[in-house]
Design a protein around this ligand. Structure first.
Ligand code: PLP
Length: 470
């Protein structure tokens, strides 16, 4: 029979003794007295309960101090952590989308530490407008008359619709009523913006006449939406912007295009599939264009609205703009990213997103061949690791049907594997590493796509593999 200790036999030092111990002085210096005291109380309570239950042997003061240090360290670890994105999706929304180039990182660090002329004109000494910091660059890169920046593209669409079409109708083709991940649906945003959606055409085919018949005296806008995350193929027809523009002009209504990904250059010059650029959309006559800053553009999370100066001015006067505006960190990061676009010939090297999307196969193959035996060794004979060709995606709704030939590691359970749900278990172990590794499971294989493991991070990745050894 197990002997349960009585309350009297539970011997634990007092909180005061623990906090007075030399080992705890460093903890108090690091975490502060109040936090250390709370953690010590909680630790003593759980130790007392465990001792009473007979599951905990008496501890030395030094052992208690060590546990206290561990607990304080664990609770002060940041919940937002860096991970290795080996999912094969370069712009992964759940992993924070675009990674920023060094120039942007430096600018953000400076903006964090210094006052900035965010809304202050250094020439006149008067109050300025934060959009002015990047508007000129955006005009230059898109050919638009004016620009404004908000928190993300969803905000850009909301603000644009609310400003131009509150209590008015907006005509959208049925084939373009998209839902982007994370509950962004065109019909719902339309309602929240106070605009009335008038759907025209059918899912697969919409004609110019459908738009023409949909226009009435209450129409404010003809809107096109990029079918970011799906494609309609087969018997299809959609109306191009250059057909809609004259129709809109004829009836005195405006045109708006939600492009999703803000592509500022022709990607074909880097060997990627062509994606309609903002400049092409403006040149085709769109009055307003909205797009994300952290998709193909490769910048910080934000939404950009470019287009006609009078309409942008109206948008800026909307009180919602104040609620949706960006902070100095976003603008600090955005400007150097836009600057990179002035040198398209150097862009594939400097803009992280584009560098990842254009990484040569040979580099990824060599890396996979080097890592495969190392991973095989730590995993043992329950798993088979091979270097294999695989397909990655751009992600975030850009070119959803186009996949990029990539290279990485394929891990499968072997015949001698006795672990139930072996791949799920391994996926979890990878996520549990000091710097979590995120892969993807499919076809009885755990895929670790190496496209996003650039050589600068290779050693760090390999160094922690040893932690997987069971
Ligand atoms: C991604 C996307 C959005 C939403 O953009 P966020 O920057 O994620 O808010 C809106 N419309 C389209 C067409 C998109 O592709």
């Amino acid at each position: 029979m197990k002997t349960v200790p009585s309350v009297q036999t539970v011997r634990l030092p007092s909180v005061d003794r623990i906090l007075g111990d030399a080992a705890c002085a460093a903890l108090i210096a690091q975490y502060g007295r109040a936090q250390t005291l709370d953690a010590a109380r909680a630790l003593l309570a759980s130790l007392r309960a465990a001792m009473l239950a007979g599951t905990q042997a008496p501890l030395e003061l030094s052992e208690i101090a060590a546990q206290l240090a561990q607990q304080l360290q664990a609770q002060s670890r940041s919940s937002l952590r860096a991970v290795f994105n080996l999912t094969g999706t370069v712009l992964h929304t759940n992993l924070g989308r675009a990674l920023l180039p060094d120039a942007a990182v430096q600018a953000v660090v400076e903006a964090l530490q210094w006052p900035m002329n965010l809304e202050f004109d250094l020439e006149t000494g008067k109050r300025g407008d934060r959009d002015d910091l990047v508007e000129e660059l955006l005009r230059e890169l898109t050919g638009a008359e004016a620009a404004t920046i908000v928190n993300n593209n969803a905000a850009a669409v909301l603000l644009m619709l609310n400003t131009l079409a509150q209590n008015k109708e907006v005509i959208v083709s049925r084939g373009e009523l998209v839902e982007i991940g994370g509950a962004f649906r065109i019909p719902d945003v339309m309602t929240r913006a106070g605009a009335v959606l008038r759907e025209v055409g059918s899912t697969n085919r919409t004609h110019r006449a459908d738009y023409a018949n949909g226009i009435n005296e209450n129409t404010a806008l003809l809107m096109k939406v990029h079918c970011s995350n799906y494609a309609i193929t087969g018997f299809t027809k959609s109306v191009e912007l250059d057909e809609l523009v004259p129709l809109a002009a004829e009836h005195g209504v405006a045109t708006a295009v939600d492009l999703g990904s803000g592509t500022l250059v022709d990607l074909a010059q880097y060997g990627l599939p062509h994606e309609t650029t903002v400049r092409e959309t403006i040149a085709a006559g769109a009055d307003l264009v909205t797009f994300s800053g952290d998709k193909l553009l490769g910048g910080p999370q934000c939404g950009v609205i470019v287009g006609r100066a009078d309409l942008i001015a109206k948008i800026k006067r909307n009180p919602l703009k104040r609620a949706l505006r960006v902070g100095k960190l976003t603008l600090a990061a955005l400007e150097p990213v836009l600057q990179l676009y002035r040198a398209p010939d150097l862009l594939a090297e400097r803009l992280t997103t584009l560098r990842l999307l254009t990484r040569p196969s040979s580099a990824m193959r060599a890396q996979a061949q080097e890592i495969a035996p190392q991973l095989q060794q730590v995993l043992g004979d329950s798993y088979a690791v091979t270097a294999e060709a695989m397909l990655s995606q751009i992600g975030s709704g850009a070119l959803p049907v186009d996949q990029l030939p990539s290279f990485g590691l394929a891990v499968r359970a072997t015949a001698s594997c006795r672990i139930g749900n072996a791949l799920g278990v391994l996926e979890q172990r990878l996520r549990g590493l000091a710097m979590p590794v995120i892969g993807r499971i499919g076809q009885d294989t755990l895929w670790l796509d190496l496209r996003c493991l650039e050589s600068a991070h290779h050693d760090r990745f390999v160094a922690q593999l040893a932690q997987l050894q069971s």
